[in-house]
Design a protein. Sequence first.
Length: 227
Amino acid sequence: MLKQWRKSWLTRRVQSAIAGGLNGAYARVRVDPDKYLQRVRQAHQLPIRSWPDMFLVPQETVDEIANQTVHRAMRFAALEGTGLGMGGMLTVVPDLGILSATTIRMIQKLSLLHGFTYSTGEEVAGLWIAAASAAGVDLGRELIEKEGIERFVPRIVERIAAKMSCEVVEKWSARLIPIVSGALGGALNYYFVREWGRRATWHFREKHQQVRSQMARVAAQNGVGGA
C-alpha cells in the first residue's frame, strides 16, 4: 500500500515536472530557424536558401542529417543524465527539465530538416503533434478543431506529460538508489531520447515524402523533367 502511494506521488510529481519542462523548453530554448539554416547549410554543403528547399535535397542526405541530429541529442542526454543522476530523487526534477529541453530542440530541428517550419499557429500545432507522436500519444484531428490552436498546446502538453510520467516512473525507479543511479540515469536518458527521435523522425519523414510525391505529380503534370 505504501509502495503504491509512493509510486502515485512520484508519478504526479514527475508529470508536473514534465509539463513545466515542456512549456519552459519551448519558450526558452526555441531553435532559431535562420541560424540553424546557416549552420546546416555550411556543415553539409547544401545548396538551400530556405527550409522548404530540403524537399529538393536527396532523400538519403536528409535521412543522414536527421539521424546525426538524433544521435547528438542522445549523447547529450546521456551525459546530462549521468552527471545529474548521482543525486537520485533529488535531481529528478532538474534532470527532467534538461531532458525536456533536449527533446523539444531535437524535434524542432527534425521538423526543419524535413522542410517544415513553425512560424504560424497551425505550424506550431503541427510541431506539438509531432512531439505527441514521438511520445507515443495518439491524437485525433478533432482535438485541434474542437479546442482551437490557442487551447490546443496546453492540452497536448498535458497529455504528453501524463504519458511520459508513467513511462519515466517505471524506467527511472532505480534512480532512487543514488549509488547506481548515475550510470543508469545516463543510459535511460540515452534510450529515452532515442525512442523519441526514432518516432519523431518517422513522423516527419512520412510527411516529407508525401510532399515530395505531391511535388513530383505537379512536375509531371506540367511536363517538368519529361524531356
